[in-house]
Write a protein that binds this ligand. Sequence first.
Ligand SMILES: Cc1cc2nc3c(=O)[nH]c(=O)nc-3n(C[C@H](O)[C@H](O)[C@H](O)COP(=O)(O)OP(=O)(O)OC[C@H]3O[C@@H](n4cnc5c(N)ncnc54)[C@H](O)[C@@H]3O)c2cc1C
Length: 297
Amino acid sequence: MLNPHPGLPEFEYIKPASLAEASQFLAQHVGDARPLLGGTDTFVRMRDGFWTDKFLVDVKGLPGMTDLSFDQVKGLRVGAAVPMNRMLRLPDVALYYPLLAEAAESVASYQLRSRATVVGNICNASPAGDTIGSCILYDGVLEVHGVDGLRDEPLVGFFKGPGKTILKAGDIVLAVKLPVPPVSNVGHYIKLGRNKLSDLSIVGVSILAYPDKKVASGFHFRVALASVAPIPLELKNLTEVLASGKITPELLDVAAQAAMDACNPIDDVRGSARYRKYMVRNLVRRGLENIWLKLGQ
Ligand SMILES: Cc1cc2nc3c(=O)[nH]c(=O)nc-3n(C[C@H](O)[C@H](O)[C@H](O)COP(=O)(O)OP(=O)(O)OC[C@H]3O[C@@H](n4cnc5c(N)ncnc54)[C@H](O)[C@@H]3O)c2cc1C
């Protein structure tokens, strides 16, 4: 019979003294160990029996993990162990990265966001991860420490499938870095869930836009979708559609239809594929209109 109140399985808690020690430990225990940040994905997956790691390697105390900084040259650096609430309290986040702020605020509840991190959201690689689309649209790059030292990994190409990334054994993400954003960027995140709090998205729509004199419409738009494909999906074709001519209600309709045509969702407990496709069209249309108003047009 299904146990309605399963407990956590036994595991060993490892607190490495250095990055090198942490990477080596993870590389030596492939399949048996994973890095731990807020634990809001990890403990649920372990409790439900999906993950059976013998070791959780707490990386929160390692150098640079809790650093949070913004400057006008390098942009934003969010250390892996910075909880979402702390990131949201940095005024530069709302000022320069409004899409990231709105997306992070949509994650579960205030209580959960005091543990949950953006890097954990990214590394968990759920197609439903609310903050991933915004990090992709702001051209996010991950700072990674592996057995061979430090390197940067762009988010484009990072995701390989549900729960799968290009990270190798021993890799630890230290931070997500977002370059200085385009001037006057505006953003909007729309999350359709089964309830207002604490649910994963049925569809998530991230939209970023900013003035761009080089294109016919005068504006550069980028759109990413959550929960409609095995990985978070940026719709590059929408950027082209929305650059192609004067922005009119008709062009927004064409873009919304193109978004619906480009995604290929599945049926699951949160919604059917057909429902998701129609919601993509409606929410992209609604989101573009909201963005258009924010652009002052
Ligand atoms: C009640 C509830 C509601 C939720 N609602 C939402 C929601 O609305 N939207 C949403 O997007 N998510 C939601 N989640 C999922 C979860 O909270 C987020 O994905 C969160 O951002 C994960 O961050 P974390 O720090 O807790 O990660 P952890 O659980 O610590 O780690 C997540 C994954 O990343 C790996 N990892 C951790 N640190 C590193 C590292 N430094 N380098 C490499 N890999 C690493 C871990 O091994 C694990 O596989 C919810 C979870 C719960 C329990």
